[in-house]
Design a protein around this ligand. Structure first.
Ligand code: MV4
Length: 465
C-alpha cells in the first residue's frame, strides 16, 4: 500500500491540531472538518483545506457520518483519522469508511465492535489468559440472577453497562439492600445512554490504581507495548492527571503486564494503537477492565518516556508499513506527567466557556503543551471542556513534579476559569508527592479541602472521552 497523500481529521480541538502536526512531518496533506461554532478554530487554520460540516451540536456535525463521509469524498482523501471521542470507537463508521474505500486510521471494525461490548471483551480476555476481576461472564438477565451472582462474588460489587466504558452507566453496590435499585437504575441509564440496557456484575475493588498499557500492532502481526500510564486521579471518571511510569510498578511488573497485553492483542489480531486498562489492587494483583481502541487523550506521557510519536505510528500502520521497532528497541527513560487543563471552575467544575482575553504558555526544558487555544479565541459551550494538556518530562518523578509546578505557575489564561489552580493544589498534596495514588484520591482530596460532590458513588452524568 502506498503512503497516504491526504488525510481528513474527523475531530476538533487539541487532538485535531496534534494529528495535523504528525501529517505535516510525514508530508501528508490535511483536511479539517468543523462545525459552525468552530470556524475560528486553530485546526481549521492549520489544515491545508477545511470544510464546514454542520451546526454546533456534535450530533449534527462531528457525529454526522454522512456529512463526514461527504467531506472526505469531496476532498478526495485516502484516509480518516478519528482522534478520540466522537466517531473514534464507532464500528459502523469504521465499516462505512472501508466501504467507501477510505482507510480508517484505527483497528478493524470487528475489533472495535468486540471491545465496545465490555462483557464480551471481558470474556475474550479471559479466554486469552488475562486476569479479569472476579465476576460473572455474561449479561445479567433478571433480579434473581443478579442476587445470586452478587452473593457468590461477595459485596461490594459494581454493575457496569455492557455498551458503556469510561465509567458511564456504572453503579457501586455496597450490600444486598441496594442491589435491585442499582440494577434497574444502571439498566435504565444504559438504555438511555447507549440504547442497550445490558449490564454485568463484577467484584468492586475498593482501593485500586488505574493503570493502562499502551500497545501498537501493525498489519503483519508485530505487536509491542510501550509501558504503562497511571491514571488514578480522576473525578467523575474524567481523568485529571496521568503519569508514566506508575510509581507502583517495578520493572518486573511492567514487563509482566506488558507481555500479557501483547499476548492478548496477538490473540485477537489487534492492529494499530490501543490501550488495555487494568486495576492494580493493594496486593499488587492486576485485573483487566476494558480496552480502548483509539488514541487516548493522555498518549503524550507515553510518547515522552519512550521517545515515540504515536500518531505518526498510527498513520504508518494504517498505510501498511511495518513497525519500525521491536520490543527490545523501546527504551523507557525518565518520568512524564500530564495535567489536563479544562475550561471550568477549579472548585465546582462548572464549565467556563467564553473569550480567552490573554494567555501565556509555559515553555523551557521538558515542557510540552498540546492545545488549540489562543488568545482571542472563544471557547464554545457545545463541547468537552478540555482546552489544553500540559505535559512535562524529567529524569525522575520528583524532578518532573517540580517542573510541572513551575510550568503551571507560568500558564496564564485570562477571561475564563480553568483547572490550573486545582492542579496546583493536587501537586501540593503529600499523598501525590509520595506517589500514594488510588481511584479514591479525589474523594479524599475533596473531603480534606471541604469541596462538594461525592466522587465515587453513582456519579450521574459526565461527558465521555
Ligand atoms: C472498577 C473499579 C473497581 N472495581 N471495577 C472506572 C472507569 C471504568 N473504566 C471502570 N472503572 C472502575 N472499575 C471494579 N470491578 C474502579 C473503577 C474506577 C473508579 C471507580 C470509582 C471512582 C473512581 C474510579 C477511577 C478509576 C477507576
Amino acid at each position: 500500500m502506498a503512503m497516504f497523500k491526504k488525510i481528513l481529521i474527523a475531530n476538533r480541538g487539541e487532538i485535531a491540531t496534534r494529528i495535523i502536526w504528525a501529517c505535516r512531518e510525514l508530508g501528508i496533506q490535511t483536511v479539517a472538518i468543523h462545525s459552525e461554532a468552530d470556524r475560528d478554530s486553530l485546526h481549521v487554520r492549520f489544515a491545508d483545506e477545511s470544510i464546514c460540516i454542520g451546526p454546533a451540536p456534535s450530533a449534527k456535525s462531528y457525529l454526522n457520518i454522512p456529512a463526514v463521509i461527504s467531506a472526505a469524498e469531496i476532498t478526495n482523501v485516502d484516509a480518516i483519522h478519528p482522534g478520540y471521542g466522537f466517531l473514534a470507537e464507532n464500528a459502523y463508521f469504521a465499516e462505512v469508511c472501508e466501504a467507501c474505500n477510505i482507510k480508517f486510521i484505527g483497528p478493524r471494525a470487528d475489533t472495535i465492535q468486540l471491545m465496545g461490548d465490555k462483557s464480551e471483551a471481558r470474556a475474550a480476555m479471559k479466554a486469552a489468559g488475562i486476569p479479569i476481576t472476579p465476576g460473572f461472564d455474561g449479561v445479567i438477565e433478571d433480579e434473581e440472577q443478579a442476587a445470586r451472582v452478587a452473593a457468590e462474588i461477595g459485596y461490594p460489587v459494581i454493575i457496569k453497562a455492557s455498551a458503556g466504558g469510561g465509567g458511564r452507566g456504572m453503579r457501586i453496590v455496597p450490600d444486598h439492600e441496594g442491589l435491585f435499585n442499582a440494577l434497574s437504575a444502571a439498566q435504565q441509564e444504559a438504555q438511555l445512554a447507549f440504547g442497550n440496557p445490558s449490564v454485568y456484575i463484577e467484584k468492586y475493588i475498593e482501593t485500586a490504581r488505574h493503570i493502562e498499557i499502551q500497545v501498537l500492532g501493525d498489519q503483519y502481526g508485530n505487536i509491542v507495548h510501550l509501558g504503562e500510564r497511571e491514571c488514578s486521579i480522576q473525578r467523575r471518571h474524567q481523568k485529571l492527571i496521568e503519569e508514566s511510569p506508575s510509581p507502583a510498578l517495578t520493572r518486573e511488573m511492567r514487563q509482566e503486564m506488558g507481555e500479557l497485553a501483547v499476548r492478548a492483542c496477538r490473540e485477537i489480531g489487534y492492529v494499530n494503537a490501543g490501550t488495555m486498562e487494568f486495576l492494580l489492587d493493594q496486593d499488587n494483583r492486576f485485573y483487566f477492565m476494558e480496552m480502548n481502541t483509539r488514541i487516548q487523550v493522555e498518549h503524550p506521557v507515553t510518547e515522552l518516556v519512550t521517545n515515540t510519536d504515536l500518531v505518526r505510528e498510527q498513520i504508518l500502520i494504517a498505510a501498511g508499513e511495518r513497525l519500525e521497532f521491536d520490543q527490545e528497541d523501546i527504551v523507557f527513560s525518565g518520568h512524564a506527567i500530564e495535567c489536563r487543563i479544562n475550561a471550568e471552575s477549579p472548585d465546582t467544575h462548572i464549565p467556563s466557556p467564553g473569550l480567552i482575553t490573554a494567555m501565556n504558555l509555559p515553555g523551557g526544558p521538558g515542557v510540552r503543551v498540546d492545545t488549540a487555544a489562543y488568545p482571542g479565541w472563544v471557547v464554545p459551550p457545545h463541547y468537552d471542556s478540555l482546552i489544553a494538556k500540559l505535559i512535562v518530562h524529567h529524569r525522575n518523578r520528583d524532578m518532573a513534579i517540580a517542573r510541572m509546578r513551575r510550568a503551571l505557575e507560568a500558564y496564564i489564561i485570562e477571561g475564563i476559569e480553568t483547572s490550573v489552580r486545582l492542579h496546583q493544589r493536587i501537586l501540593a498534596e503529600p499523598d501525590f508527592v509520595e506517589g500514594k495514588l488510588s481511584t479514591r484520591f479525589m474523594e479524599r482530596f475533596n473531603k480534606s479541602h471541604n469541596r462538594p460532590e461525592p466522587e465515587s458513588q453513582q456519579a450521574a452524568q459526565f461527558a465521555g472521552e
